[in-house]
Write a protein that binds this ligand. Structure first.
Ligand SMILES: Cc1ncc(COP(=O)(O)O)c(C=O)c1O
Length: 333
């Protein structure tokens, strides 16, 4: 039975061409700063986002957590959306590892509202209040179904933050999807954040890796944090090669994933207007039963809650996979 895995875009396997690029990678010891492809990847991604420097990290979680630590000191707070990945799925790392406090706002469906966040920011210099050092934004927003954040709101928040002395961290795990869907250039998104973590291992199809981008001084400090966390890696150019290959070949094709997600929604009777990028959310379903029945037929879906299922399109879901998914899921719905 062919398996169609719609649980996440992280499940992709490296393509044959990506594996060839990895096999042929020239490598060096990256802890000495001597891995040529890691250096090339860091420089390239930093430039793509309009930042001075980049740091290759093993995961989006490490990129986010170090990124937030760079702009927030222990005992200060990061403000973000209640459904943000950084506060939902990162095991309380901000508090557990770095001593950062987090506070959240319940937004309208995950859509970033600059005014709402700004109204919740707490000032420095007050003896009673935990000061808000940074705001974390997520684009696309995972738990909001791959939502692309409105550019005007990002601009408003960033403009305000300059005068307020508050930093902005971008969780850009799927910023590539946001850019392809909205047409907003990557460097526009990048320049609206002080620190940004972008993932190579989601829609771009690399097996491992994220890049944290920021100013050069901040990235120098990030390098220390990565080492402290055990994230100093050695001949890791084999992974950077996968990332560079993904940047060359897998960014524009995200439009195909987005088109297939819309098609999937339409064919399952879900309003395609609710599909922003590569995610389809099925609400009001008996999620455990649906997931188990679909699995029995070789279609894997993600249970977000008892009544919500999430389907993601990605590099390893082609038209035949899409047809099979519809064939299995439509009768179950
Ligand atoms: C929005 C978002 N941020 C961060 C991450 C963390 O990435 P990683 O699994 O590489 O730690 C994910 C993972 O899916 C994500 O969806």
């Amino acid at each position: 039975m062919t398996l169609v895995d719609l649980r996440s875009d992280t499940v992709t396997k490296p393509t044959a061409a990506m594996r060839r690029a990895m096999a042929g990678a020239e490598v060096g010891d990256d802890v000495y700063g001597e891995d040529p492809l890691v250096n090339a990847l860091e420089e390239r991604v930093a430039a793509m986002f309009g930042h001075e420097a980049g740091l290759f990290v093993p995961s989006g979680t490490m990129g986010n957590q170090i990124g937030m630590r760079l702009v927030c000191q222990p005992g200060q707070e990061v403000l973000g959306d209640a459904e943000a990945h950084v506060v939902t799925y990162e095991m309380g790392a901000a508090a557990a590892v770095f001593g950062l406090s987090t506070r959240t706002v319940v937004s309208d469906g995950g859509v970033l509202s600059a005014d709402q966040l700004i109204s919740q920011v707490r000032p420095f210099g007050n003896w009673h209040l935990t000061p808000t050092a940074a705001v974390a934004v997520e684009n696309t927003h995972n738990r909001a179904g791959g939502l692309v954040q409105p550019l005007e709101e990002l601009e408003k928040l960033f403009a305000w933050s300059r005068d307020a002395g508050v930093s902005v961290h971008l969780d850009g795990a799927r910023i590539w999807n946001a850019a392809v869907a909205s047409g907003v250039p990557l460097d526009t998104y990048g320049r609206l954040a002080d620190t940004a973590s972008v993932c190579l291992s989601k829609g771009l199809g690399a097996p491992v890796g994220s890049v944290l981008v920021a100013g050069a001084d901040r990235i120098a400090e990030a390098r220390l944090w990565r080492k402290r966390l055990g994230g100093g890696m050695r001949q890791v150019g084999v992974l950077a090669a996968a990332g560079l290959h993904a940047l060359d070949h897998h960014v524009d094709r995200l439009a195909d994933d987005h088109a297939r997600a819309k098609q999937l929604a339409e064919r399952l009777g879900v309003d395609p207007a609710g599909v922003h990028t590569n995610m389809v959310v099925l609400d009001g379903v008996a999620a455990p039963m649906l997931a188990a029945a679909a699995k029995g037929e070789g279609v894997l879906v993600s249970e977000v809650s008892a009544t919500r299922v999430r389907l993601l399109t990605h590099l390893d879901v082609d038209d035949a996979g899409l047809d099979r998914a519809v064939e299995v899921l439509a009768p179950l719905l």
